[in-house]
Ligand binder design. Structure first.
Ligand code: 4NP
Length: 165
């Protein structure tokens, strides 16, 4: 089976989405699940930059290394290159939807809604202290753990053949 290709999107691509990228890669590896993961921002202020030091620190504390990742801006090619495009908050979701070709709209979701059926944002921690990053870390852990379980689900349990009795 081809690995799922997942793109996380936030505003700056230095706090939330790089943390989600590193975390999903880490959790998928532990679960022996083959995925292609990347992240991007809707804004271009941090292109080529390392993730925010506070994101690197909270990830490092939990055994995840973000230092090979660099900021980039979402591009129209991403809608072909990825199967799932998961936005952190409603504003990111609006921006991604506005950029998406109509055919790609079904790939675009709010992360917590897709993973946990919870229509809630992962809040922007940029102007917060370290506790803001801890909150983002714990929300992303919940979201990415559920995402790994969903991606690892055999087709027979995902509903695709539920009508075949
Ligand atoms: P992120 O956080 O969207 O989670 O990466 C932000 C990073 C930078 C800025 C805003 C949010 N900024 O305005 O530069």
């Amino acid at each position: 089976m081809k690995p799922a290709r997942i793109l996380f999107v936030c505003l700056g691509n230095i706090c939330r989405s790089p943390l989600a990228e590193g975390m999903l890669r880490h959790l998928a590896q532990k679960a022996n699940l083959d995925v292609i993961v990347d992240s991007a921002g809707t804004g271009g202020w941090h292109i080529g930059e390392l993730p925010d030091p506070r994101a690197i620190a909270v990830a490092h504390k939990h055994g995840i290394d973000l230092t090979a990742q660099r900021g980039r801006k979402i591009a129209v090619e991403d809608f072909d290159a990825f199967d799932l495009i998961l936005a952190m908050d409603k504003s990111n979701l609006r921006h991604v939807r506005a950029l998406a070709p109509t055919a790609a709209l079904p790939k675009v979701h709010l992360l917590m809604n897709y993973a946990l059926s919870r229509n809630e944002p992962v809040p922007d921690p940029y102007y917060e202290g370290p506790e803001g990053f801890e909150l983002v870390y714990s929300m992303l852990l919940e979201g990415c753990t559920a995402l790994v379980e969903k991606l690892a689900e055999p087709v027979s349990r995902s509903g695709n053949i539920s009508s075949v009795r």
